[in-house]
Design a protein around this ligand. Structure first.
Ligand SMILES: Cc1cc2nc3c(=O)[nH]c(=O)nc-3n(C[C@H](O)[C@H](O)[C@H](O)COP(=O)(O)OP(=O)(O)OC[C@H]3O[C@@H](n4cnc5c(N)ncnc54)[C@H](O)[C@@H]3O)c2cc1C
Length: 237
């Protein structure tokens, strides 16, 4: 009788899960271990790059990692699926069905046995329950959200450019308010101006950074609180 392989299941192939699966795959291989990475996305992009994806400075397709080819290369298996529950008694993770954008089922609900289970499904932006945030704001937690932001931004820039072509005296602007003066918010603000400069080379001849108005809202006394005070040039309003 063959001994079953030791099954290590990692849920979430982000910064932590992908690295762990890679290291375990490299260390143990497929001979006596079955290392399984489950993620609801087929590709991974390093989250700190999302502000560049959101402004169009970075083409996410160039920088993301495809889970299928990566697992083939590094000795683990990848399952496309979303965690629905854990049966600790039976030592199984239950995965929900995955459907395409037309609602047709792609992957049926199923469960995977584990000997070791690692939950690495990350976190999402905390809106502190502030009314209206969920309905009216965009977060930057995933590539989908970054793509959505970029599309809205570009469409708005195009509208402003068109208005200015028709009426050069117009005060049309792209106004962006960013909530949170940590690294993501500050980098996004800066990247928006880089993107505005680049747009003039990409067909928006009547558009420049003066048409962009970015407001950064921060509840604390200063932005970038993790940095020393001497790197804190900032205009407060
Ligand atoms: C815009 C932005 C900028 C950042 N900049 C920096 C920085 O400059 N420096 C820094 O150190 N950190 C930065 N961070 C934080 C850093 O990205 C996170 O700390 C890190 O990604 C956390 O890693 P993680 O593996 O825990 O989660 P994640 O990287 O978020 O990975 C979670 C994974 O789990 C998957 N998942 C989630 N739920 C499920 C589910 N139910 N079923 C299956 N899969 C699921 C997701 O698809 C994702 O692939 C930034 C974060 C953001 C959003």
């Amino acid at each position: 009788m063959t001994t079953p392989k030791t099954q290590i299941v990692i849920v979430g192939g982000g910064a932590a899960g992908l690295e762990l699966a890679t290291k375990l795959g490299r260390r143990f291989g497929r001979k006596r271990h079955d290392i399984i990475l489950v993620d609801r996305n087929r590709t991974h992009i390093w989250k700190p790059l999302l502000h560049e994806v959101a402004t169009g400075s970075l083409d996410a397709n160039m920088d993301e990692v495809g889970s299928r080819s990566h697992c083939h290369r590094w000795g683990y298996r990848y399952f496309y699926g979303e965690l629905a529950g854990i049966d600790r008694k039976a030592r199984r993770v239950n995965l929900a069905a995955v459907s395409d954008e037309r609602g047709r089922e792609v992957v049926a609900p199923h469960s995977i046995r584990y000997d070791y289970l690692v939950l690495a499904y990350g976190s999402v932006t905390n809106d502190f329950g502030t009314p209206g945030v969920a309905d009216n704001c965009l977060a930057l937690d995933s590539r989908v959200q970054a793509d959505k932001f970029r599309d809205r931004l570009l469409n708005h820039c195009l509208r402003v450019s068109r208005t200015m072509s028709a009426d050069p005296a117009s005060d049309a602007r792209v106004r962006v308010t960013i909530v949170g003066g940590g690294a993501t918010g500050v980098e996004l603000a800066a990247e928006l101006f880089n993107a505005a400069d680049a747009l003039s080379h990409h067909g928006l001849e009547v558009f420049d950074r003066s048409r962009l108005q970015v407001s950064l809202v921060e509840a604390g006394p200063r932005i970038l609180p993790a940095l020393p005070v001497n790197v804190w040039p900032m205009r407060r309003e």
